[in-house]
Design a protein around this ligand. Structure first.
Ligand SMILES: *[C@@H]1O[C@H](CO)[C@@H](O)[C@H](O)[C@H]1NC(C)=O
Ligand SMILES: *[C@@H]1O[C@H](CO)[C@@H](O)[C@H](O)[C@H]1NC(C)=O
Ligand SMILES: *[C@@H]1O[C@H](CO)[C@@H](O)[C@H](O)[C@H]1NC(C)=O
Ligand SMILES: *[C@@H]1O[C@H](CO)[C@@H](O)[C@H](O)[C@H]1NC(C)=O
Ligand SMILES: *[C@@H]1O[C@H](CO)[C@@H](O)[C@H](O)[C@H]1NC(C)=O
Ligand SMILES: *[C@@H]1O[C@H](CO)[C@@H](O)[C@H](O)[C@H]1NC(C)=O
Ligand SMILES: *[C@@H]1O[C@H](CO)[C@@H](O)[C@H](O)[C@H]1NC(C)=O
Ligand SMILES: *[C@@H]1O[C@H](CO)[C@@H](O)[C@H](O)[C@H]1NC(C)=O
Ligand SMILES: *[C@@H]1O[C@H](CO)[C@@H](O)[C@H](O)[C@H]1NC(C)=O
Length: 614
């Protein structure tokens, strides 16, 4: 594979707000012991100092910017630079120092004994026991703008407007309103039903911008601004920019993102902790999965800290699958699907985004341009300023850029993200279903306690055929991945209520749309596949709950209309097997097919064009 082809293979690197990978330090392929973590990775305090034995890898060595690192993935990771200057930051704080002078490990033992009494109690089970379900609202630690720009021709922004919910995939996750997806039911166990299992699929927490952006990109804008030959200066609303520095790094989890995953771990433990009884009875511990990429590993470990507490050592095993070119990985399927690396096939959303930004940001461009002297703003720059607001907020807690736009422009930004992901990773993408199918195969395998019959997608036989690394018959599974993969999986499963209304138009926001990236793919987005045993049904039941919203399963063949969104597991499994049988990895990922750009070709099922039709 040529180098450029390899880079293209990462569709996340194409995302304008993408989750992009970097060739980080080689991580042991199978779950390393706690000790291995410690020796392999930099030790950082996760929380309040006491957690200093927990590791984090913080090695920012982008292979794009430090070419010599490309070929030496097995090099000791510690020698890497902390903040590569290439992140485009104009202000960087190198913490921790590389060789601090006051490190005396022997004076700071991590285990001094004398822990006092440590009796434990019973597990929580909010989904089963509480009269209502605890919702996830607000974003602690983040400060929203004091004001938004007012639209002269309209009333003031509505007091209920929440800017944090209008950042598409850059929104911090929140519980969607009950009924958002069309089922008027909550995540708590329906009457006469008992929760018997949970398969959780979640995204990493808030991160810095990715290294690569196909449109926009805060670092690129900042770079051009600071490199501008002629001096520039700003006035009016933009005056703060005269003193502004670009402080963001790249790719890795932010402190807020770390907290999102810790909180998610706590919340899942409080809702589903009772499922652990099952492990005690069978004398086993859970296996959770994540990928090797820095923010993925950090996300998973923070989740584990929240879920198991410190130290999590011995309470579960963390499978760290390799996210890199050429490695079969259902949680990073683009790494082995060449058509997903071909931008004409997988990056179809960008054209729609460009068309849409030219419309909804026209006023903003006219308004802001006269306030920046000596630099010609473009529509793309203005879009980037909106990204800057979201990224600065989730990284450093507050952003002055947020105030520059009206409520409608934030709705426009949110919709730009919907366009991008609909056409790039979901129902409008010809490579969406095929990329989600590997996880669907794993889900079916887990639901039926049957090994995957044939490895002909992104599944990895070495891991999936081994009951140690891919156990079956457990009551709890937790997998971490990227938003694009979450969307691929939603598409592959035929959760077609999200596709209702058909292809998204580039020239206006449809009044009703079921596909919202802020609902489906925000930071720390999470899908609960909830398994139930109900008195009213002979068969075990499954529900799909996205960010606390119950999803109708009626697009899945045979699943009945159900007021709680339930479907009998055998019916669900039969339909998924049919979908698996009809999905052709070879054709969708390797086939020589082409689709024209724009609406001349459209899918609403995330399928590649049928052989023979192109
Ligand atoms: C910004 O992106 C453009 C187009 O991709 C590229 O040519 C330019 O070098 C980038 N500038 C910076 C400062 O990164
Ligand atoms: C499967 O995963 C293992 C462990 O991460 C890795 O060593 C192996 O190369 C993978 N196999 C394929 C075909 O990608
Ligand atoms: C601001 O920049 C413009 C254009 O580069 C220049 O003419 C003007 O003198 C500058 N004003 C100040 C206050 O620096
Ligand atoms: C202001 O509101 C009017 C009327 O709803 C709308 O047409 C226009 O696009 C809005 N402008 C901005 C900048 O939001
Ligand atoms: C990796 O994926 C390819 C393509 O689907 C498949 O042919 C191969 O069997 C897989 N390898 C393993 C070890 O799972
Ligand atoms: C644990 O849970 C699984 C999946 O729900 C179930 O098949 C199994 O029987 C349970 N094991 C025990 C010991 O309860
Ligand atoms: C999946 O959805 C498509 C499009 O709505 C439909 O034609 C197909 O029958 C569904 N398949 C299954 C197995 O549910
Ligand atoms: C895997 O092989 C089966 C049996 O040949 C086929 O029906 C199915 O389409 C293939 N699945 C994928 C994802 O390629
Ligand atoms: C998709 O494109 C075809 C061909 O241009 C068109 O006939 C059809 O109406 C479009 N479908 C939708 C749902 O827009």
């Amino acid at each position: 594979m040529s180098e450029s082809y390899k880079e293209q293979l990462d569709p996340e690197s194409q995302a304008l707000l993408s989750d992009h990978h970097h060739n980080g330090p080689a991580v042991p392929p199978t779950r390393p012991s706690y000790r291995t973590f410690r020796t392999r990775h930099l030790v950082l305090a996760y929380a309040a100092g006491i957690l200093s034995a927990v590791l984090v890898e913080l090695l920012l060595c982008s292979h794009y910017t430090i070419p010599f690192l490309q070929s030496s993935q097995s090099r000791p990771s510690v020698e890497a630079d902390f903040a590569s200057p290439d992140a485009g930051s104009t202000e960087v704080h190198h913490f921790p120092p590389t060789s601090p002078t006051n490190v005396f490990p022997s004076l700071f033992p991590t285990d001094v004994g004398h822990a006092g009494p440590t009796p434990t109690g019973a597990e929580a089970g909010l989904v089963a026991t509480a009269p209502s379900y605890p919702l996830h609202t607000g974003a602690p630690h983040l400060v929203s703008p004091l004001t938004l720009t007012k639209n002269a021709s309209k009333q003031d922004a509505s007091p209920s407007f929440d800017i944090f919910k209008h950042w598409g995939n850059l929104s911090p996750w929140f519980s969607v309103e009950r009924g958002s997806f069309g089922v008027d039911s909550g995540p708590e166990a329906p009457d006469t039903c008992r929760v018997t299992g949970l398969h959780l699929l979640h995204r990493h927490g808030a991160r810095y911008p990715t290294e690569w952006a196909s449109y926009g990109g805060p670092a690129n804008f900042s770079g051009r601004l600071h490199n501008a030959a002629a001096g520039w200066n700003a006035s009016g609303q933009l005056e703060f920019m005269n003193e502004w520095t670009y402080k963001l790094g790249e790719e890795i989890l932010t402190p807020f993102g770390r907290q999102q995953l810790f909180d998610l771990g706590v919340s899942i433990r409080m809702k589903y902790g009772f499922l652990l009884k099952n492990f005690t009875e069978s004398n086993t511990i859970p296996v959770f999965r994540t990928e090797s990429q820095d923010r993925m590993l950090s996300s998973a470990l923070n989740f584990a800290l929240g879920f198991f507490g410190y130290p999590f050592d011995g309470q579960y095993q963390q499978s760290i699958t390799i996210e890199d070119n050429g490695f079969n990985n259902t949680l990073a399927p683009y790494k082995t699907c060449p058509n997903a690396g071909d931008r004409s096939k997988s990056d179809r959303g960008v054209e729609y985004v460009k068309t849409w930004t030219a419309i909804y940001l026209k006023d903003a461009l006219d308004r802001l341009s006269p306030q920046l002297h000596g630099y010609d703003l473009t529509i793309e720059d203005v879009f980037t300023l909106q990204q800057m607001c979201a990224y600065e907020t989730v990284a450093i807690g507050y952003s002055k850029f947020c105030e520059l736009f009206t409520e409608e422009e934030w709705k426009g930004f949110n919709y730009a993200m919907d366009l991008f992901f609909w056409y790039g990773s979901a129902f409008g993408s010809p490579v969406a279903r095929v990329q989600g199918i590997g996880y669907v195969q794993e889900l079916v395998s887990r639901l039926t306690h049957t090994p995957i019959p044939v490895h002909n997608s992104s599944t990895n036989a070495t891991l999936d055929d081994n009951p140690a690394t891919f156990p079956l018959g457990q009551s709890l599974y937790v997998d971490a991945t990227h938003e694009v993969v979450v969307l691929n999986v939603i598409t592959a499963l035929n959760l077609s209520n999200f596709a209702e209304g058909g292809p998204l138009p580039a020239d206006h926001i449809p009044e009703h749309r079921n596909f919202k990236s802020s609902h489906l793919a925000p930071f720390a987005t999470n899908i609960q596949f909830q398994l139930l045993s109900c008195e009213s049904h002979a068969d075990p039941q499954i529900r799909v709950i996205v960010n606390d919203g119950v999803v109708p399963l009626t697009g899945i063949r045979g699943c009945p209309e159900d007021k709680d969104g339930k479907c009998p597991i055998p019916t669900f499994v039969d339909a998924q097997r049919e979908i698996i049988a009809k999905t052709d990895w070879n054709w969708a990922c390797h086939g020589d097919w082409h689709v024209p750009p724009g609406p001349a070709w459209n899918t609403t099922t995330g399928d590649a064009p049928e052989p023979g039709t192109v």
